[in-house]
Design a protein around this ligand. Structure first.
Ligand code: NAD
Length: 435
């Protein structure tokens, strides 16, 4: 095996084992790093000198009399690209952050949610200073052309596939990005649960906006016993929300496009339909559906569903559920249901995701005190509330020093006499600030 590959595998295994997480481990490693510096002081000084680098005393200087602060500055010209599923919210919430931080903004709404795109293009500009804000319209081709230009920041919400295109285009200009992407959000249901309460909550969040929500629970992981109790409860929740004929319910929307409809209709063929399963192409209607007996390799467990379909995958318990989750890309959101706090916190502690919610659906994203964003394949960066302002600001590190009082600086200038070195060592032992 390639030695680098071997090293990387070893380190990843160590990380996955949870070894680096306990506070004691981290404190011990930091202490050890301190010993490395202390025990090998002369060795390191000699090595630095041989490399033509720092001499004694050049490494650290006093800053105690200076004023240090962070200045949050606008980044400049930023581009915000939005998807179609919440076309207004996902355009305006980032815009609030961008304009409150003082940037100029190009807005690129989704070409698929045509009516909102039209309002954003025709009406929004009347309310904003046209010299600072512009709406640019178009689909993949026009967005590709737009991305050839240099921006100071790009905030993208959409699919992981297009996220990679955006990031590659941004890299050409070294433009930083926020990528708010999608994925498959697991929902673990423990045996110690009230099935009806879980079913109400899972069904509400799964079928909200006809399942076209990036943070919707994408699939359920539970034991076969819990599945038997959940199925009638899910059926009951669906009937309660949308009536006996969900197609005629004013509370259930439609699939956004024919293309998406066909993709979802294909997914109905995975596993076995336990609830729902009906569809009507002329109306782009897909009934709230629950699938069982699905295999991990089937398309419904491979791609983000983004529609009113909920597969249930059987696991034998918490350990198997955690293994299943950790074998896959890190999701945008992860849900765990249990009457036992211990089970919920175990799922939290042993997995990773953009966000986590115990005993409910995507309520976490309604709180502006919490950052919203993905991790790994579900994205990078965060926003909402103050996090939006910070995302669209450069955190400029500033230090202001008095123009006089030159005596204070004497110590840092060569030549380094023994006296200076001793004084420096003493002053360093009084403070642990590293420059
Ligand atoms: P998408 O990636 O197809 O499109 C998003 C935007 O990118 C649109 O404005 C579109 O015009 C543009 N685009 C499409 N193809 C492009 C290309 N080849 N080059 C450049 N630009 C291109 O996503 P979508 O179908 O509009 O939205 C659904 C996806 O968005 C799902 O994956 C969902 O999970 C994700 N999403 C994520 C969040 C979040 O906050 N993390 C929110 C909503 C939706």
């Amino acid at each position: 095996m390639d030695p680098v590959e071997d090293t990387l595998r070893r380190l990843r295994e160590a990380f996955n084992s949870g070894r680096t997480r306990p506070a004691e481990f981290r404190a011990a490693q930091l202490k050890s790093l301190g010993h490395f510096l202390q025990d090998n002081k002369q060795l390191l000084q000699d090595a630095l000198a041989q490399d033509g680098g720092l001499r004694v005393g050049e490494g650290r200087w006093a800053t105690q009399l200076d004023a240090a602060f962070i200045r949050k500055e606008p980044l400049g010209l930023v581009l915000i690209i939005a998807p179609w599923n919440y076309p207004l919210n996902l355009m305006l919430v980032p815009l609030v952050g961008a304009l409150s931080a003082g940037n100029c903004v190009v807005l690129k709404p989704s070409e698929i949610s045509k009516s909102t795109e039209k309002v954003l293009a025709e009406v929004l500009p009347r309310y904003l200073d046209p010299s600072c804000f512009a709406v640019v319209l178009g689909g993949p081709q026009e967005t590709g052309q737009l991305l050839e230009h240099k921006f100071d920041y790009i905030f993208f919400t959409g699919s992981p596939r297009v996220g990679k295109i955006v990031m590659a285009a941004a890299a050409k200009h070294l433009t930083p990005v926020t990528l708010e992407l999608g994925g498959k959000n697991p929902c673990y249901v423990d045996d110690d649960c009230d099935p009806q309460i879980v079913a109400n909550r899972v069904a509400f969040f799964r079928y909200f906006n006809t399942g076209q929500t990036c943070v919707a629970p994408d699939y359920v992981l539970c034991s076969p016993e819990m599945q038997e109790r959940l199925l009638p409860a899910l059926q009951s929740a669906i009937t309660r929300f949308f009536g006996d004929d969900p197609q005629s319910s004013p509370n259930l929307g439609r699939i956004i496009s024919q293309k998406q409809f066909q993709r979802l209709q294909g997914l109905l063929g995975c596993g076995r339909v336990a609830v729902g399963g009906q569809s009507d192409e002329s109306d782009r209607y897909i009934a709230p559906t629950v699938l069982v007996d699905v295999r991990e390799t089937e398309p419904v467990m491979q791609e983000e569903i983004f529609g009113p379909i909920l597969p249930i995958v059987n696991v034998r318990g918490l350990d198997e559920a955690v293994d299943f989750i950790n074998r896959r890309e890190k999701p945008l959101a992860l849900y765990a249901f249990s009457n036992s706090n211990q089970v919920v916190t175990q799922v939290l502690a042993r997995t990773s995701s953009g966000a986590f919610c115990g005993n409910d659906g995507f309520m976490h994203m309604t709180l502006t005190s919490l950052p919203f964003g993905g991790v790994g394949a579900s994205g990078m960066g965060r926003y909402h509330g103050k996090f939006s302002f910070d995302t669209f600001s450069h955190h400029r590190a500033c230090l202001l020093r008095c123009a006089g009082m030159e005596k204070v600086n004497d110590l840092r200038y060569p030549p380094y006499t023994d006296m200076k070195v001793q004084l420096l060592s003493w002053s360093l032992s009084q403070s642990c600030s590293l420059l």
